[in-house]
Design a protein around this ligand. Sequence first.
Ligand code: ADP
Ligand code: GN1
Ligand code: MG
Length: 372
Amino acid sequence: MGAGQIKEAEDGFCYGGRPVKREPLGNGHINDTWCLWTVQKNGTCRRAVLQKLSRTVFPDPEAVMENVTGITEFLQKKLRETGGDAERGTLHLIPARDGRTFFVDSEGEYWRSYWFIEGARSLDRVEKPEDFYESALAFGNFQRMLSDYPAWTLRETIPGFHDTKARVAALEEAVQKDAAGRVCLALPEIQFVRERAETAGILETLRAEGKLPLRVTHNDTKLNNVLLDETTGKGLCVIDLDTVMPGLAVNDFGDSIRFGASTAEEDEQNLDRVSCSMELFEIYTQGFLKGCGQSLTETEIRMLPLGAKMMTFECGVRFLADFLEGDVYFKTSRKGQNLDRCRTQFKLVKDMEEKWDTMAAIVETCRQEIIY
Ligand code: ADP
Ligand code: GN1
Ligand code: MG
């Protein structure tokens, strides 16, 4: 993307001052993100975040912005009413010059901008266990704060986002098409999925049977989607709201585990380094249950390990499908990265299968601590 296009987008928003500098920001796999420095009319500096939404990922960006606007306004109001930090506890959109919440450039790309949350950090790896605990509290709290959000007003920004069965079917389609000629490079991984394909619909069946309730969930609860206060270390603000939709609490739990409880990076090539840390699993469970404020049902709590396994499996399936399709969805910075990402996820799934009884016991202990 050319500098002219970014400049056009910068000029599309009301920053109350002049943008003077920008740098790429963060390690998200989806949107293009920059940090912008602006000089305000009174001479002070104020930073903003400028994002170009991924058109491949979000076919209806206006639906995304409708959700994001609704959720951020709801959270701002709730934080104000409950004495929370309405300034830094949630995102604040910056209006475009035409008054809308987004800007469309001359190439038809969608952009949005938020005020930068100062004095906060987002982590790509757990540095100390307390960070993971704080992120769990924040994601749990987020879900609790949205428990009375009018769920029916939310648009489905990515249809079937956590429909694991549909993800497996999409993978089989990618295998059939073999668009990038890479199927021969991923035969053991394809086999891994086929051996577990029958279990893919398990959470959806529990939902359909009424055993797992639909809630307003984040659906992308990676560690780097929460900001921690630089000074206090406390969970401050849940970000990346593009996939907030009705979903399952166990999936929000699970996605955090697959990323944050792993002992290695998501794209680690040495699989000996990859395992699911039971210490981090326990810490996250404690924080999440506390954050959710005892709102989870007994069945939901018991199904937390299943959420972890299924989200890890699903994510591996998605990385694999994208590898076979030629890396069109997740951003990559090197060849084979999506296959490496898939392999770490499957290594984690295997590890969870082996640690299943321990995971269940940890959850049971945490459940009893919460109830009694
Ligand atoms: P993606 O969808 O690509 O993951 P995110 O919305 O998660 O994009 O943003 C990417 C990164 O930018 C985040 O992980 C975080 O480090 C940083 N970031 C995003 N919004 C803000 C904000 N308002 N204040 C500070 N940092 C932010
Ligand atoms: C993407 O946007 P980001 O980087 O937080 C993806 C998630 C995956 C994750 C894997 C909208 O998350 O679903 O779990 O990568 N987001 C979307 O790291 O597809
Ligand atoms: Mg993100």
